[in-house]
Design a protein. Structure first.
Length: 204
């Protein structure tokens, strides 16, 4: 076997892995639409396969079960959400600027992506009962704690005074406002941002 053969095999493996990842992402995008409407408990793999225009067997080729698929979906979306928050804090300094930028980013996400956040809270609750979700939920939540800690530090607070409980305050107001939007007590984006700013002003 020539020296080029292993390199070709490695390149083929990378190409196949990339295609598989892209296909999984496409399936996940379709799955999220179904899950947003029905929630975890009311969505079957057959529902997701139908939405993605795939056979059930093909869906199982990419995902072992519903838990694996939903974990993939939520992890991908929350990575985008965390990146959004991190981007909002780029180049920001000073307490007031941090509060404004962070509050605006959170409000925008509630207003534009509330249905997907609803899925996250659904899965986070499921993790209390289903061990298959616990590792992913813990990892996602740690990234959210990290971004709140970054806002804490940029606002001029001391690192040794930060606690995950500070994150729980932000999460609580975010979840409450998202829930009110879902239940019909909706506000426009500016009103959401102002409500979050009030809390952030006390927290930071």
């Amino acid at each position: 076997m020539t020296a080029k053969a292993p390199a070709k095999l490695e390149e083929r493996a990378r190409r196949n892995a990339r295609k598989r990842t892209e296909k999984k992402a496409m399936i996940a995008e379709s799955a999220v639409q179904t899950l947003q409407e029905l929630g975890y408990a009311n969505t079957s793999l057959r529902d997701i396969a139908s939405q993605a225009d795939l056979s059930l067997g093909m869906l199982h080729y990419y995902f072992e079960d519903k838990a694996e698929l939903i974990t993939f979906c939520v992890t991908a979306y929350k990575a985008e959400f965390t990146a959004l928050l991190q981007s909002a804090l780029e180049g920001v300094s000073g307490r007031e600027a941090v509060i404004e930028r962070f509050s605006d980013a959170l409000a925008g996400s509630i207003f534009n992506d509330g249905a997907t956040h609803r899925l996250w809270y659904d899965i986070r609750t499921q993790a209390l009962f289903d061990p298959s979700f616990r590792v992913a939920v813990s990892e996602i939540e740690q990234t959210l704690i990290d971004v709140v800690e970054r806002a804490w530090l940029l606002a001029g607070n001391r690192a040794d005074e930060f606690s995950p409980l500070h994150y729980s305050v932000v999460d609580g107001v975010f979840r409450y406002l998202m829930q009110r939007q879902t239940l019909g007590d909706s506000r426009d984006q500016a009103e959401l941002a102002e409500a979050i700013r009030v809390v952030m002003d006390k927290l930071l």
